[in-house]
Ligand binder design. Structure first.
Ligand code: THU
Length: 135
């Protein structure tokens, strides 16, 4: 595996063990890298009322924001699947709004890595800059 983002990847793989996914049986782990080198993790957490489920990526970034961190470099996302697990549309919106054009580090169950820029996953995103226009 490429050396870049190795610790971030390991953090995401480790937190994936905490996934609470009795309904989908699909485990996801995410680890976000802050500008000052801190790593904050999250896993998916499902609910009997299915729509209340939250993805690993949003758990990670909400934890970070709630700890006062606002500048980010990258987020790693891992799952049990052979295919990569790119963030869902809701997570892309939350991430671009709160973190900007960060690296999205995708890792599959074979430990293969692919790195994307968030702007390429959510082009023409609606962000607070647009919301504030004209105010
Ligand atoms: N899930 C994530 O945690 N992140 C993603 O990027 C895709 C989906 C979770 C939500 C749900 O618990 C399970 O995976 C199946 O959709």
């Amino acid at each position: 595996m490429k050396k870049k983002y190795r610790y971030l990847t390991e953090a995401a793989q480790s937190v994936m063990q905490n996934a609470y996914s009795p309904f989908s049986k699909f485990r996801v782990g995410a680890a976000i890298l802050t500008n000052d080198g801190k790593i904050i993790t999250g896993c998916n957490i499902e609910n009997s009322s299915f729509s209340l489920t939250i993805c690993a990526e949003r758990v990670a970034i909400f934890k970070a924001i709630s700890e006062g961190v606002t500048k980010f470099k990258a987020i790693a996302v891992v799952s049990d699947a052979k295919d990569f697990t790119p963030p869902c549309g809701a997570c892309r919106q939350v991430l671009v709004d709160l973190a900007g054009n960060i690296d999205i580090v995708l890792i599959n169950s074979h430990n293969q890595m692919k790195i994307k820029k968030l702007n390429d996953l959510i082009p023409l995103a609606f962000t607070k800059k647009k919301l504030m226009k004209g105010k």
